[in-house]
Design a protein around this ligand. Structure first.
Ligand code: GCB
Length: 609
């Protein structure tokens, strides 16, 4: 029995569960996240932080394993020589923020557990100003304290969060303490099992954000779905009452539009705008200024439409082909999590050298520099959350966590023209609870952003020895079908691709979101020899020939731009804890397959694709 028919018969139950879950979706809508932090008045807290490695969580639990009132977050100093205090941030080691801990200290390479961070700062308090502390990301759970008081907890390793500290901050000697715990958990997102390094710590920037008492918290300004000349969205003020005036300006286009807030501080925005549209070839960005009597914030936004028409993906009304590559957020040359604009520029320049107009930012939200630079460089983006492999599908907290991560990602990036696709999952095994879980995420994403396309990297199966079928039941709720396949690597030898036919049951665009093979740079041999550049090249040649025969193929993002660290890959002398499917090594060397894909992408470009 195929899965689609199984779902159809149980449709009433399926629908009922989805309706219940809608309530959760609605409750998740308002994420009080300050967006466009790069455009605000900030004081960086990046740099050296004092840290304490705490594998037994002694700084949090007492010897009966109860939370301690006098934990490390109190940063207590001995007052007399007889005082017993068993920790001291100030004489402890330092690590750099942003930065994962694993790549900064050899002892921490495989560490998964708790580490405490402390940063001291002074701050001149000002009348009618509010202060927030903002974290670009902390992997995985962060408990945040200021001057010994708990500000809150954030779960999810790849999305931003902030806490208000206006009433707690002092002029002198503030201490901000963050307990970061990256222990993997079965009920977390991602779950225990992944194929990437579980880099822990304050992996992205930390900053104080100073805002007026009423300020622009968030906004969306995008072309209305289906329109090329009307901007639609909203501005949300924090601290506002009804009737506050807001101006939205695009000076270069001589547009100035005025709106006023409702009682919740929201103002809907909609106005005509004849603008030069954003495309990968001409990634035009406009300065957009949002101002209130107290607050002025500017951003650089590109305007474009993205849609599907049958099996086509349509950008500004024109069918396109996504010449892509998958990327992990890892800095190949420095090692460790990528976080900076320089890291982003290197990765995206390499993708462009390959001939890409598209990148899949796998398998979790990458840092904001990456999408902002993709906007500037004209690279379309697939963005995703770490709903990967075997999540606990029927656990409501797991679902809420996934929804929250998705919400934070969308809230951060929904003004970025480069982002055309939100992906809700990767290689998740079909079952009814999983289908319901993913449908809920799809509904959440659509509630937060009506303009982008939704996808997921799903699996396929064999109908017979030579027919591959793509018919994941969740496909019907998606705009674009994603599919990972490893013909030639996990699935037979490279030439197996030659005899395969693909059957896609839905008339929707298909992206082959992964294929690939491992090769150690500089290892040579016959093309039948695993781990050699020749084998990997052969996989790419057979794959490309096969992909050309799939009628609804509208894009691809082979696995992957560069080699990356993975604890699942121990083979000595070859893997050494790296997944070697990169087209580029972890030292920046191009493997033979890089040039095969580059040649194919050049051909596509000359055909105008
Ligand atoms: C996959 C996963 C990806 C892995 C890759 C591999 O299907 O989506 O995360 O790294 O295969 O190399 O096995």
């Amino acid at each position: 029995m195929n899965i689609t028919s199984k779902i159809d018969r149980r449709a009433p139950l399926f629908v009922a569960i989805i309706l219940c879950l809608h309530i959760t979706v609605a409750a998740q809508q308002s994420i009080p996240l300050i967006t466009n932090v790069p455009g605000r008045n900030t004081i960086s807290l990046n740099g050296s932080w004092q840290v304490i490695i705490d594998p037994y969580e002694t700084g949090y639990y007492d010897y009966r394993f109860q939370p301690r009132g006098d934990g490390y977050f109190k940063n207590t100093q001995p007052q007399s020589p007889s005082d017993l205090i068993e920790y001291d941030f100030d004489s402890s080691q330092q690590l750099q923020v942003p930065g994962d801990w694993n790549s900064q200290d050899q002892r921490l390479l495989f560490y998964e557990g708790t580490l405490w961070y402390k940063k001291s700062f002074d701050y001149q308090r000002k009348d009618r100003k509010r202060l927030f502390v903002y974290f670009g990301a902390a992997n995985y759970v962060a408990d945040v304290y200021l001057n010994g008081e708990k500000l809150g907890r954030h779960e999810g390793g790849f999305t931003p969060f902030n806490f208000e500290i206006t009433s707690l901050v002092k002029d002198k000697d503030n201490f901000l303490v963050v307990k970061v715990d990256n222990k993997r958990r079965r009920d977390a997102v991602p779950t225990l099992n992944t194929d990437w390094w579980n880099y822990g710590g304050l992996t992205r920037e930390v900053a104080l954000v100073e805002v007026p008492s009423t300020f622009v918290e968030d906004y969306v300004l995008q072309l209305r779905k289906g329109s090329l000349d009307e901007i639609q969205g909203f501005v949300k003020l924090n601290g506002a009452t009804a009737g506050e005036s807001i101006a939205v300006e695009i000076p270069e286009a001589k547009i100035k539009h005025a709106v006023t807030t409702d009682s919740k501080g929201y103002a809907q925005v909609s106005f005509p705008a004849k603008l030069q549209l954003w495309t990968p070839e001409n990634p035009k960005l406009y300065e957009v200024v949002i101002s209130t009597p107290d607050n002025s914030l500017s951003d650089r936004i590109g305007f474009r439409s993205i849609d599907t028409r049958g099996a086509d993906i349509v950008l500004n009304g024109k069918p396109i082909f996504l010449r892509g590559i998958s990327i992990h957020e890892e800095s190949p040359l420095r090692g460790g999590r990528a976080f900076s604009e320089e890291d982003a520029r290197m990765l995206l320049s390499w993708a462009k050298e390959l001939g890409c107009n598209f990148v899949r930012l796998a398998h979790y939200p990458h840092n904001e520099n990456m999408v902002r630079l993709a906007d500037e460089m004209g690279v379309m983006v697939w963005a995703e959350i770490p709903v990967y492999w075997t999540i606990l599908w029927d656990n409501q907290d797991t679902l809420k966590n996934a929804q929250n991560q998705l919400g934070e990602l969308i809230t951060r990036d929904r003004n970025r023209a480069s982002v055309i696709l939100w992906s809700v999952a990767n290689e998740t095994p079909v079952s009814e609870p999983r289908n319901v879980f993913l449908k809920t995420l799809i509904d959440s994403a659509r509630a937060l952003d009506q303009t982008r396309l939704l996808t997921a990297a799903n699996e396929r199966h064999y109908a017979d020895q030579t027919t591959q079928v793509i018919d994941d039941p969740v496909g019907r709720y998606l705009d674009v079908l994603g599919c990972n396949e490893y013909v030639g690597w996990y699935d037979g030898l490279p030439e197996k691709a030659d005899g395969l036919t693909w059957k896609v049951t839905l008339n929707k665009p298909l992206i082959i979101s992964e294929f690939g093979a491992d090769a150690l740079f500089g290892k040579h041999g016959g093309k039948a020899q695993r781990w050699t550049e020749e084998y990997q090249k052969d996989v790419y040649e057979h794959q490309i020939a096969m992909l050309k025969r799939i009628p609804s193929l509208r894009g691809m993002s082979p696995w992957i731009l560069t080699d990356f660290r993975s604890p699942r890959r121990p083979l000595p002398g070859i893997q050494d804890f790296f997944n070697r499917k990169g087209l580029i090594s972890s030292r920046g060397e191009r493997k033979q397959a890089f040039f095969v894909l580059q040649k194919f992408y050049k051909e596509l470009m000359t055909e105008g694709k």
